[in-house]
Design a protein around this ligand. Structure first.
Ligand code: GLN
Ligand code: ZN
Length: 750
């Protein structure tokens, strides 16, 4: 039996890559410095994989793996035709003076974002394989056995946008380019290179395929003929349909996720018959609890009943990209809770132990083994995770419907607020300045007193409010300077949450998040946002929006305990948020935004599981917001633009206003709201905040006009497409000014 993983977190134990990238982007360091840092990170990450049968190559990336593949294939958007090398690469990722960045979207149901490749029939596909070959050679030189991680062709194609050309033709063209890439790799690195083709798209079933399944079969057979040892992996769900097809090909192995796709067990007979190597994902690559090794043994036993040990490799369920580096650097966490955790380095140790135990029996690794068993038991029985009161409140069934209809509510709200047509607002956060970050850090570490800290935050809020008044926004925000992160901030004030100091996970590019860890029952201990919202409101006659993160998002962006259904955990959070909404409205905050940025990413990948999720997620949002009085306006914000398949659910959330992310293509994307006769108010983002570019008045006017072609003006709000915290004030100020100006000009001609 062998052991391996599907990828290692690349950002670095101390987020070294993040800082190196940001300094390179800011022209504060050279390309050589960036490259040498990258090389030393790879070396360190392979060292952490030294007990595995392979180390992963090309899981490393300067920004994103899908982008890496696009770049390697020579995908080059027309607007960047004059750019080359890393300048082109980062232009696609982050935008450039020559044009806007490629879109970014979530990687299946994770919080990782990839850069969406733009496919154009006129593209030349001039290959760049240097990224890959360089890493490969480095690993060889260090004495490792490399396994190249590459996004599979089908996944790549289906995640891309076709910007020009007919789908079938582009498909053929990219396929040719992809095969040429494999040729180039083989001729650069030699025959028999091991490539793991990640094809998570197969975990959605095969209905999406625009080709015959024989095309799929032929494609992988062609690859194999080129001389690569091909492993095709799927993850996040079962992929039984694809396994049927792939097992009839000449590929070397098939990788399957037996945790999030337990139905893959049904494919064991097919796999056994095919004689293929099986890469069995049995250690959770998406969550951070130590494994219950007895359960793992039982699972392995099920697999080895059919698959001989010499054909079996034990792996993580997916790339470890989705969990932090190591818990070794955690020094402040409750030591008992810490003992229940397992990050990337620890997951690899679990694989190693399992492998050893399977080889030489438990008795030879008794101490280590029993350690795991004990930890699992103490966790299960610990008083730290159970709170009777919370359980009782959550278990009592509760109605989750606001008792006045939207039609009536909006009338009432409009009478009180008296907002103009096309009211302007923002999504909540303003730039996080160095000063604010330092203040939070210093306050946490006790370097500054609460008085000083409060004063710094208040000063920020004051400036922020003043600026918004100056430029004439209609509904103001306090700017969220007290929040490092929209989930962490709430988690820190709720019971049942614990925080790592260093548990960073890449979200996109150099952006990382530190997901809270929900280990026990959740309850609100005290008001969480009232102080800041009330202060901000005291500074202005305009309406100040209260800002909360919704229960589903708090859940979806946390590492959630695995001993309770997610729906139950979510319900506990919802009740905490409801208490906060109640306090806010009692404190005269009239508009409250409950962000559900991650509502959609919690959707199951397989259709058959969607209804159950929608039911409880919707219920929890409504349970949180039903406490709002009819005259309290509930906003929600969602960080995406494709609503076609979830529009009914969005409607049923019953928020008075929803702001969404449709900076590009808004017209087309909004049609769905028109089609279903969506009657509530909508703020489709009028410019993209993910890029440093400043949108012009004309550009924003065009956006607004496009929106007004689809939606009645009475329903429309004007706002950027997400929070502004990652931007600089120099970008935000002119952008928002232009937004307000554009709105004014549009209003004049309405
Ligand atoms: N209110 C949050 C902010 O503005 C919302 C961000 C989000 O949904 N991603 O930062
Ligand atoms: Zn957003």
């Amino acid at each position: 039996m062998s052991i391996s993983i599907l990828g290692f977190p690349r950002i670095g134990e101390h987020r070294e890559l993040k800082f190196a990238l940001e300094s390179y982007w800011a022209n504060e360091s050279s390309l050589e410095e960036l490259e040498s840092l990258a090389q030393s990170l790879r070396k360190k990450h392979w060292e952490a994989q030294k007990d595995l049968d392979f180390v992963c190559i090309n899981d490393f990336s300067y920004y994103d793996n899908v982008l890496d593949l696009a770049y390697a294939l020579g995908v080059k958007p027309k607007r960047f035709k004059d750019l080359e090398g890393l300048e082109l690469y980062f232009a696609m990722a982050r935008g450039h003076k020559n044009g806007v960045a490629c879109a970014m979207t979530k990687w299946f149901n994770t919080n990782y974002h990839f850069v969406v490749p733009e496919l154009d029939i006129d593209n030349k596909y001039i290959l760049n394989i240097d990224f890959i070959t360089k890493q490969y050679k480095e690993a060889l030189q260090l004495g490792y056995t490399p396994k190249i991680s590459l996004i599979g062709f089908f996944t790549f194609f289906h995640l891309s946008h076709i910007v020009n050309g007919e789908k079938q033709e582009v498909f053929e063209q990219v396929k040719t380019a992809y095969l040429a890439l494999i040729d180039a790799l083989v001729s650069a690195l030699g025959k028999e290179i091991v490539i793991e083709f990640s094809e998570p798209i197969f975990a959605l079933g095969l209905d999406f395929l625009i080709c015959e399944t024989t095309t799929l079969k032929n494609f992988y057979n062609t690859l194999v003929k080129k001389g690569v040892k091909a492993i095709v992996s799927t993850f996040f769900e079962h992929s039984c349909e694809a396994t049927e097809i792939l097992s009839q090909t000449e590929i070397y192995g098939i990788g399957l996720d037996f945790l999030y796709g337990s139905k893959n067990l049904n494919s064991l007979d097919t796999l056994a018959k095919s004689g293929k190597a099986v890469f069995a994902g049995i250690i959770d690559g998406r969550n951070i609890w130590i494994s219950n090794l007895e359960e793992k043994l039982a699972l392995i036993e099920k697999i080895t009943k059919k698959i001989p040990q010499n054909k079996l490799t034990l792996t993580t369920s997916c790339s470890l990209l989705h969990i932090p580096y190591s818990k070794n650097t955690e020094s402040k966490m409750d030591s008992e809770i810490l003992s229940w955790l397992s990050f990337s380095v620890e997951k690899i140790a679990e694989l190693k132990l399992l492998n050893q135990v399977l080889k030489d029996g438990i008795q030879n690794h008794k101490t280590q083994w029993e350690h795991y068993i004990t930890l699992n038991q103490t966790r299960k029985n610990s008083l730290k995770i159970h709170n009777k009161e919370v359980q009782a409140r959550a278990n009592s069934t509760q109605e989750a419907k606001r008792n006045v209809s939207f039609k009536e509510r909006i009338k009432l709200q409009q009478e009180i607020f008296n907002l103009p047509l096309l009211p302007t607002t923002t999504i909540g956060s303003f730039p996080q300045t160095k000063e604010i970050r330092n203040a939070r850090k210093d306050y946490k570490s006790g370097k500054i007193t609460q008085e000083i800290y409060t004063q710094i935050i208040k000063d920020y809020i004051k400036d922020c409010v003043q600026f918004q008044e100056e430029i004439g926004l209609d509904v103001l925000v306090h700017g969220e300077p007290e929040r490092n992160d929209m989930v962490e901030y709430f988690g820190e004030q709720l019971s049942g949450f614990v925080f790592s100091q260093n548990g960073w996970v890449q979200s996109y590019g150099s952006r990382c998040v530190k997901p809270p860890i929900i280990y026990g029952d959740v309850a609100r201990l005290q008001p969480m946002t009232i102080q800041w919202s009330v202060y901000a409101q005291s500074l202005t006659q305009k309406i100040m929006k209260g800002m909360l993160t919704g229960p589903v998002t708090i859940l979806n962006w946390s590492f959630v305990r695995d001993d309770l259904p997610r729906s139950s955990v979510c319900k506990q959070i919802a009740l905490g948020i409801a208490d906060e909404i109640n306090d806010l409205q009692n404190a005269k905050i009239r508009i409250i935004q409950v962000d559900e940025a991650a509502f959609k990413e919690g959707y199951p990948l397989r259709k058959e599981n969607i209804r159950e999720y929608e039911e409880w997620a919707l219920y929890c949002f409504r349970l949180a917001t039903r406490i709002a009085l009819p005259q309290t306006q509930i906003h929600t914000h969602m960080c995406y633009s494709a609503f076609n398949d979830i529009i009914k659910t969005i409607e049923a959330m019953d928020a008075d206003v929803i702001t969404i992310e449709t900076a590009r293509n808004s017209n087309k994307l909004l049609r769905i709201f028109q089609e279903v006769g969506y009657d509530k108010q909508i703020g489709p983002g009028v410019y993209d905040i993910h890029s440093p570019r400043i949108p012009s008045v004309a550009e924003i006017k065009e956006q607004i006009q496009a929106i007004l072609e689809v939606l009645p003006k009475e329903q429309v709000w004007i706002n950027p497409d997400c929070g502004l915290k990652t931007r600089k004030y120099e970008e935000v100020k002119p952008s928002l000014k232009n937004m307000v100006e554009a709105t004014k000009e549009i209003l004049q001609n309405l």
